[in-house]
Design a protein around this ligand. Structure first.
Ligand code: ZN
Length: 191
């Protein structure tokens, strides 16, 4: 396993739709190694998730994992390590929530955008088994962020530019109100 270099906004790889992984390919050493590298890179950089094109591989593989007290996003509910291959997302209601996000590929910037409150995510796991789960709230937002990556979309495309802030300025001016709001949301959702 190795920690891979995370490519930054401006790299065309982040702007291209990634390709599907075939069922036979999932068991290959290349894809299994990529998954291990994504896990290690995500943990080393304290992200909530990472997509394969962020480490230079244009395939539809991403992971989500939020540890207890995640260093970058301590207000996010914990989410176990989930390996997503060829994921698709279906919104389950029209309801949207405002989430402030950051991204490992967009250094020192945060912004507020709207995400679906409740989604169904379908994907293959690293054994190639088909899975289907319902996600809500900030967790649903994390899944939408990662699947966006695989489609060449970054959070800055969806965010209101008026809300852009460095992490320091977010802490100074936006963090308290946002954390209060998401604490209420987490409580409502039992997250
Ligand atoms: Zn990202």
């Amino acid at each position: 396993m190795s920690v891979r270099k995370v490519v930054a906004i401006g790299d065309p790889l982040l702007r291209r739709r990634t390709r599907e992984v075939s069922p036979e390919e999932i068991a290959s050493p290349e894809i299994q190694q990529l998954i291990d590298d994504l896990v290690e890179t995500k943990r080393a950089t304290h992200g909530a998730g990472i997509a394969a094109n962020q480490v230079g591989e244009p395939v539809r593989v991403a992971i989500v994992e939020v540890e207890e007290d995640n260093r970058r996003y301590p207000y996010k509910p914990p989410e176990p390590l989930t390996v997503l291959i060829n994921p698709t997302i279906e919104p389950l209601t029209d309801e949207m929530i405002e989430i402030n996000e950051g991204c490992l590929s967009v250094p020192d910037l945060r912004g507020t955008l709207r995400r679906h409150l409740e989604i169904r995510v379908r994907y293959l796991d690293r054994e190639g088994t088909g899975r289907e789960e319902v996600k809500r709230g900030l967790t649903a937002g994390t899944y939408q962020h990662e699947v966006d990556h695989l489609d060449g979309i970054l959070f800055v495309d969806r965010a209101d530019p008026q809300t852009f802030a460095t992490w320091e300025q977010f802490d100074r001016h936006q963090r308290d109100e946002f954390v209060r709001r998401v604490a209420r949301l987490n409580e409502e959702l039992g997250a």
